[in-house]
Design a protein around this ligand. Structure first.
Ligand code: ARG
Length: 464
């Protein structure tokens, strides 16, 4: 036996009420209630436009506005019990408005459909969230650039294959992260620019017979312009996919950043110290201080990638125009928004608080023969072909491994066993400082270059 309940908005055509399970199954109020502000803003713009078009009187517009603002306050104060029977945020608010102001409330939906309404609401909501995320991303970039400036000359091993490769400066390493975040920011800005068009007026799918003014509602809601095609307007969710693509790439970057912080805090690396407030202990091992915050950010990348996949599959093969499938856009989108906001906040708070262990990083850079390439380059400047130089340095490194000496710790005589063109000016290039300072060009790791890159990065931030 199926349960029955009372349905309200489309009773006219139906001979029996909606099944109670179906009512719950098809409802979205459980999650779209967070759109209430934007739904109300959209309705006020729509009503204002209907008034100018002569569809609503001044009195009616006024009543609608007052009623909607009261509902907004009730929602803010948590005084609304959202109803599953009313399915979604749009019908919940409309019914409440009608309860408050009477028959005028029933006129609000003139020349509009929930299809263009929801398309408008999500864009308005996402636009606000994008602005919050953009500000947090800028705060994170400022923190990363700050670390680069503070530690522009601190030397650490640079890695390829996670094996010591060549020395780099910590500042340079930080600026690599800033570049990734800079591209993430520009992806976010692109997404915002592309989605900022008003679908309102597309109605169910074909537009409306009322003398509406789409430019006016677009302008009232801060959109750049009305969308061009009514069918596309109600069915397009590619802006949500684009946001999730941005979010996925950002979280992929943050997961790499996290991974390095996690490695660097380990006793084996011992490159940085994360403040206690970003870590937790172990319930059994008293010595533990676990880098939970970066670990969680690394882990949360998974759900965001999943949300991107959900939305792509949700939209794949859908015929035009609106389909109920589209209601499934919200949870993945909301989840990605929440996750991105938390992860960027966590990083923006944590990065400035990191203390680097400069000595320990320096020692590590000395351990892996990180200036071997510098020795080869030195031999080349003295006239030796690079392949031969590579061979000579390989032999020197083998000797260093046997005698447990870095190249810079060998005497001139020891080095000359491998080539007599080595003279005592070799030590300028074998030191870590010499190695990093020599890479002095745009994009290079020299401390002076890092400072110039810091200035350019700050200037970019100021343009926002
Ligand atoms: N709750 C719906 C959604 O999120 C609103 C649009 C409903 N439109 C419809 N024709 N059933 O997509």
């Amino acid at each position: 036996m199926t349960e029955k309940t009372e349905s309200t908005m489309w009773g006219g055509r139906f001979s029996e009420p909606t099944d109670a399970f179906v009512e719950r199954f098809t409802a979205s109020i459980q999650f779209d209630k967070r759109l209430f502000h934007h739904d109300i803003n959209g309705s006020i713009a729509h009503a204002t436009m209907l008034n100018q078009a002569g569809v609503l009187s001044d009195q009616e517009l006024n009543d609608i506005k007052i009623g909607l603002e009261e509902i907004r306050q009730d929602a803010i104060n948590g005084n609304i019990e959202w109803s599953i029977a009313l399915e979604d945020i749009h019908m919940n608010i409309e019914k409440r408005l009608t309860d408050k102001i009477g028959v005028t409330g029933k006129k609000l939906h003139t020349g509009r459909s929930r299809n263009d309404q929801v398309a408008t609401d999500i864009r308005l909501y996402l636009r606000d969230e994008i602005d919050i995320i953009a500000a947090e991303l800028s705060r994170l970039q400022l923190a990363v650039i700050g670390q680069a400036e503070k530690n522009n000359a601190a030397i650490m091993p640079g890695f390829t294959h996670l094996q010591t490769a060549q020395p780099v400066t910590f500042g340079h390493h930080m600026l690599a992260w800033n570049e990734m975040l800079e591209r993430d920011f520009s992806r976010l800005a692109d997404c915002r620019a592309r989605m900022n068009q008003s679908p309102l007026g597309a109605a169910a799918l074909a537009g409306t017979t009322y003398p509406i003014n789409r430019e006016l509602t677009a302008e009232l809601l801060g959109f750049d312009k009305p969308t061009e095609n009514s069918l596309d307007s109600v069915s397009d969710r590619d802006f949500a996919i684009e946001f999730n693509a941005f979010a996925s790439i950002l979280l992929m970057h943050l997961s790499r950043f996290s991974e390095e912080l996690i490695l660097w805090t380990s006793a084996q690396f011992n490159f940085i110290d994360l403040p206690d407030r970003f870590c937790t202990g172990s319930s059994i091992m008293p010595q533990k201080k676990n880098p939970d915050v970066p670990e969680l950010v690394r882990g949360k990348s998974g759900r965001v990638f999943g949300n991107l996949m959900s939305l792509l599959v949700l939209m794949k093969s859908q015929p035009l125009a609106y389909n109920k499938d589209n209601q499934e856009d919200k949870e993945p989108l909301f989840d990605s928004i929440d996750t991105v906001k938390d992860c960027v906040k966590a990083f923006a708070d944590m990065i400035p608080a990191i203390d680097i262990k400069a000595e320990s990083m320096y020692e590590a850079a000395k351990r892996g023969f990180s200036t071997a390439t510098d020795l080869a380059d030195y031999l080349v400047t003295k006239g030796m072909p690079f392949r031969d130089a590579h061979e000579v340095v390989g032999e020197s490194v083998a000797y260093g491994i046997k005698t447990e000496k870095d190249l810079s710790e060998m005497s001139l005589e020891e080095l000359q066993q491998f080539s007599d063109i080595i003279k005592d000016d070799v030590f300028e290039v074998l030191t870590l400082e010499g190695s990093v300072s020599a890479r002095s060009h745009i994009g290079g790791t020299a401390p002076a270059q890092v400072l110039q890159a810091v200035e350019r990065a700050k200037a970019e931030l100021l343009k926002r």
